[in-house]
Design a protein around this ligand. Structure first.
Ligand code: ADP
Ligand code: 5GP
Length: 214
């Protein structure tokens, strides 16, 4: 049986650069899976159904919730967001690592259900920079952007409860740090047992006396 995959939770305020960092990580590690959440908000310009999110109605969301189809869910600025359970569980069972890009409440729920999940918080270098990035993205009107900035303060207060914090100042540095976290997790002793067993098994098959005389 495969070793189950690893869950990486990535949170951070809207505009902090989560999507940008995840995209860069997945270009380098295409084997990692990204969970596609279901959401009741309208798509932003450029967002594709089934790719960025599954855009569904509130009724559909509530039906799925009733059926226990979400691993976790939360409301954010009046909309429902949820992680579909079946796909994530299938990936993990197949041994694939999975990224969940979810908010701080969702992260708390997942950590309770899956304590081995590694949580990463993406911080902007400053509030001013966050405001500029949100405005620069041009996906929200002024009022929505303001609401997201207010939410950002609440979210950043939770950063200390995460396993890792990445400051997304210079993009290249932040991408490198994210890769390091993923890489380091793969090297944890509990994730290396099969590799170590393989080396030891191979060592037992060698006739050491003969090989030392060679
Ligand atoms: P999130 O997914 O957290 O809402 P995005 O990845 O959409 O954030 O990033 C918000 C905006 O900031 C985008 O326009 C993106 O191109 C830009 N951005 C992301 N990281 C950086 C960075 N390190 N420096 C400058 N701009 C960035
Ligand atoms: P956005 O509208 O900017 O795409 O997302 C708003 C917030 O919802 C972000 O913090 C994002 O990480 C979070 N989010 C996206 N999908 C999910 C989800 O499935 N569950 C939870 N709990 N949060 C989510």
């Amino acid at each position: 049986m495969n070793k189950p995959g690893q869950v990486f939770i990535i949170s951070g305020p809207s505009g902090s650069g989560k999507d940008t960092l995840i995209k860069a990580l997945m270009e380098k590690r295409p084997e990692i899976k990204l969970s596609v959440s279901s959401v009741t908000r309208a798509p932003r310009p450029g967002e594709l159904n089934g790719s960025h999110y599954n855009f569904i109605t509130k009724d559909e969301f509530l039906r799925m919730l009733d059926n226990g189809e979400f691993l976790e869910y939360n409301t954010y600025l009046g909309n429902y967001y949820g992680t579909p359970r079946a796909q994530v569980e299938a990936w993990l069972q197949s041994g694939a690592d999975v990224i969940l890009e979810i908010d701080v409440n969702g992260a708390g729920h997942v950590k309770k259900k899956l304590p081995d999940a590694v949580s990463i918080f993406v911080m902007p270098p400053s509030m001013r920079e966050l405001g500029e990035r949100l405005a620069g993205r041009r996906t929200e009107d002024e009022e929505t952007a303001q609401k997201r900035l207010l939410e950002a303060l609440r979210e950043m207060e939770c950063a200390g409860s995460y396993d890792y914090i990445i400051i997304n100042d210079r993009l290249q540095n932040a991408v490198r740090q994210l890769e390091c976290v993923v890489e380091a997790q793969g090297c944890r002793a509990e994730n290396m047992t099969e590799t170590v067993k393989g080396v030891l098994k191979d060592a037992q098959s060698v006739n050491w006396q003969t090989s030392q005389n060679v």
